[in-house]
Design a binder for this molecule. Structure first.
Ligand code: NAD
Length: 341
């Protein structure tokens, strides 16, 4: 696999957390050549589009990107640049790990992974208003689209992920009791795929609302979770909340031919120019990217130094209760990299 990675610093705090992340990955000895490109608001002035052809061409060539948060400009016709990227490269699996890195949160030792279908469901954006009388917006309709193909490939991805990572159980969460057709198809396809892994990975299916409650009451009963797009969007944020919030949450968007890794949080306009954004989620996304490239040893080194810096708690950013700048935190992680050899 080539080691050239498309780097998209992004908007708002994106460039700050990207600088910090690149510095740490390079200090850890990551074998990567960066091909840096613009997207989002940062691209509009130069390219008159938030998603320039040059950026897409780079990802088409490298097949892998590390991306900062992108501000979705209002009024340019893009519903969301992130959704457009997922569609362009058919990045059907959104992988969202939730791991306790710093104790003192609601729970200790959480280690969960949510696999979210990233291309179907209500987020296909098929929606319209229905006019009645003199009210053109008297009603609105959104269409949830689930295909057998899409459901099977995401559940298969979840099982393959479990096998690859030595995980023991996959929970499929759904609402087939009410949405008999769409959610029913997702469940039916999931149960069929689960049979192929019988004896290797345990399988259970649960209703989505009960799953949300059980995740909060006792998250330890779960391992890998798989669900359709919107349920996954919501529950993955809930899971981020179990381990300290969005600042600690990375995500991978994986397709057959390309993968894009990113922090889950947005461009944090309120922190721009202050130099105090927490680069942890971006760095964790960088570690997922290293794993994807097969550079697991380097990824593990970065994780060890990161966890050690977070647990020491002396040089951490304000969102975690400290007073350190983004750069000071990055320096601290680099220092700990050096200590661990
Ligand atoms: P946000 O995630 O940017 O901010 C929410 C809150 O979390 C803010 O208080 C912010 O200061 C804080 N926060 C976020 N990241 C942080 C970090 N690394 N360190 C410390 N604090 C952090 O969400 P928002 O304000 O709703 O969205 C701002 C913009 O980002 C919008 O244009 C939105 O469309 C975009 N967005 C992009 C992505 C993405 O690119 N993946 C995801 C979500 C939102």
């Amino acid at each position: 696999m080539s080691n050239t990675v498309t780097l998209i610093p992004g908007d708002g705090i994106g460039p700050d957390i990207t600088d910090a992340t690149v510095r740490i990955l390079e200090a850890a000895g990551a074998d990567i050549t960066w091909d840096t490109h613009l997207a989002g608001v940062a691209a509009v002035d130069t390219f008159h589009t938030p998603l320039p052809t040059e950026t897409l061409e780079s990802i088409r060539t490298t097949h892998i990107a590390l991306k900062g948060p992108l501000t979705t400009p209002i009024g340019t016709g893009f519903r969301s640049i992130n959704v457009a990227l997922r569609k362009e490269f058919d990045l059907y699996a959104n992988v969202r790990p939730a791991r306790t890195l710093k104790s003192g949160g609601r729970y200790e030792d959480i280690d969960l992974v949510l696999i979210r279908e990233n291309t179907e469901g209500l987020y296909v954006g098929v929606e319209h208003y229905i006019g009645m009388g003199d009210d053109p917006r008297a009603a609105a309709e959104s269409v949830m689209i689930i295909t057998r193909y899409g459901a099977e490939r995401i559940v298969r991805y979840a099982f393959d992920y479990a096998v690859r990572n030595g995980r023991s159980k996959v929970t499929l969460a759904h609402k087939a009791n009410i949405l008999k057709f769409t959610q029913g198809l997702f469940l039916e396809a999931g149960r069929r795929i689960a049979e192929e892994y019988a004896g290797r990975v345990e399988f259970e299916d649960r209703i989505i609302d009960a799953t949300a409650m059980h995740l909060v009451l006792n998250p330890y009963q779960f391992d890998v979770l798989v669900m359709e797009n919107m349920f996954g969007d919501i529950l993955s944020d809930l899971m981020a909340g179990l381990v300290g919030g969005l600042g600690m949450a990375p995500g991978g968007n994986i397709g057959r031919d390309a993968a894009i890794f990113e922090p889950v949080h947005g461009s944090a306009p309120d922190l721009v120019g202050k130099g105090i954004a927490n680069p942890t989620a971006m760095l964790l996304a960088g570690c997922m990217m290293l794993d994807h490239l097969g550079q697991t040893e380097t990824s593990n080194r970065v994780m060890t130094a990161l966890v050690s810096a977070l647990r020491a708690g002396e040089t951490i950013t304000p969102d975690l209760g400290g007073s350190a700048s983004t750069q000071a935190f990055a320096d601290e992680v680099v220092r700990r990299l050096d200590q661990t050899g």
